[in-house]
Every structure is written in structure tokens, then in C-alpha cells.
Design a binder for this molecule. Sequence first.
Ligand SMILES: [Fe+2]
Length: 325
Amino acid sequence: MGENILVIEREPVVRSTVVRLLAREGFAVHAAADAAEALLVCRGVRDLAVVIGDAQMTAPTYHQLKTAYPHVRTVAILPEGEADQTVGEARRMGLDDCLVRPFDMDELVATIGRLLLTLKAERERGVLLERLRKNVVKMVDSLAQALEARDPYTHGHSLRVAELSLMIASELGLTDFQLAVLEHGAALHDIGKIAVRQEVLHKPSHLTEEEFEHIKIHPVVGREILEPIEDFRDMLDLVYYHHERIDGKGYPEGLKGEQIPVMAQIVAVADTYDAMTSDRPYRRGMPSERALLIMKEVAGTQLNAAFVDILARKVRAQEAAQTAG
Ligand SMILES: [Fe+2]
């Protein structure tokens, strides 16, 4: 069966003629007399490709159909003689193409054909993007696992940092794309530790100056690992700057305050909290309340104060809900 086409036409004779001729072209044609009927008719249709109808009537129907069929295309039928001014209006209403009455079927079929080509390209792009997205998620997973295989004591740390980062970001009005970058980037923030010497990585006592200098390479190495992969480009700042401090005493660049990318500031807060509250073989993690109080003391110097506040509020609310439950 061909692509699903919806014809909205008040005039029964015109409607049935258009339906018959389009069906003859191999399309699966659905028909409705007005907008309300169009929405009903479409209920059982899995994928709608094109809507054809009077511009005034088609525009609102089209916008409602767009939710169910994100790729749907529209052809507005315009009254004779008003073509110039109505074409502009139809475009402003977000419709894809127009035909002016009277039009012949060849014109209509050619218009539908053009729209179907753009639709096909868009669907293919969608499939490709989805495949790419899945690959990125898989790569993030295996890289994070590679790091945890070297340092089992940080097991789950990266994923918890990703979760905590999203918790903070939930109040910042980020776009879906920015949230995805934050989530994947946070899961990989310490990936450069792959290059840190094992004995330094697992050292239970304080690090010597040399060892601390050595561990400081991990944001730099992290960025180098991810840089060649195009899909990871947006995460580079987050990985590179997650040890910067608001007062400029962090590393690797010693950036200050707003110079530090926002996502890196979010991850720094999440990272600090998880590092303090999670268990290590040589010490127990501290209770969340104590960690939050210590973080409050360094808010504004080491960490972004607003993000520390958001995290504290969220963690306390979560714990209160758990206690109540
Ligand atoms: Fe780190």
C-alpha cells in the first residue's frame, strides 16, 4: 500500500473525485469533510504522509496532527485569484506547499511527489540520527566500564555523578540536547584516569606533590581521548574543566567563576558530593548531611553556590520522601 494521504474537502463531489484519482496513483487515501472529522479519520492511521485541504481549515488540523505524525506534510488549496497574498499566509501558518484553484491532478500529484521526497529524506535522517545516538550511548557505556575495570572502587561513581548532575540541571531550564550532553559527559568526566598510574589511583593515603601533579593530567587526557570522536565534541569542555574552582585555584587552566563552562560547574558539584558520600576500601562515605554542610562552606570559592543549594535541596527532599515512604 502507498503512503497515507488525507484529503480535507467540504464539497462532496470534489472530495470523492480527488480521493478516486489519488487512489488510482497508488496512495492510501483518507477523506474528511472538515477538521474535526479529519482528526477522527486519522486515529487508526499509523503514519500519515500528506494532508491536502483548504488552507484555513488545514492549518489548525495540521498542527494537531503534527503531534501524532511529526513528519507530516501539507498542501493547502487556495481560492482562485487570491494566490499571491494567500501563499504567503499559508507559509506563515507553517504549511508546506500550495495549489491555487482550479488545479489539475497532474499538478497535485507532482506536488505530493515533491513533498514525499523531502519526507523520505527526513525519515532517513531520523533513522541515521537515532542509530548514531544509540552508538554514542554504547560507546559512553563501554568507555565508562573500561575505566571502572581499572578502578573497581569507583564502581558506579560515574553513573551517580551523571544522575546527580541531571538532578541539579533539572532546575536550570536546559534543552533536551544539553541534558543529553551533560548526562553522557558526566558519565565520562574521569575517563582520563585511564592514564593515571594504578598505585596513584588506588593510594589510600594522601598523595605526594608529584602524585597530585600526575593525577592532574586526567582532565587533559580525557579531552584528548574524546576529541577525535565527533559525537563527543560537545562534552569536551565538561571533561576538561571539571576540576576548575570558582576562585581560580583549580586545574588544568585555573579559570575563575563564569569563565568555567556551566556544565563543568554542575559536574564539579555532583562529583564532590558523590566522592564524599561513597564508601572506599579505606574509609566509609560520610553521611549526606555532613557532606552537604562541608560543601556549603566551600560554596562560592570551590563550587558554584547556586548549584550546591539546588543539590542540597534535592537530596534532602529525596531523603525526606524515602523516610516518609
Ligand atoms: Fe576528576
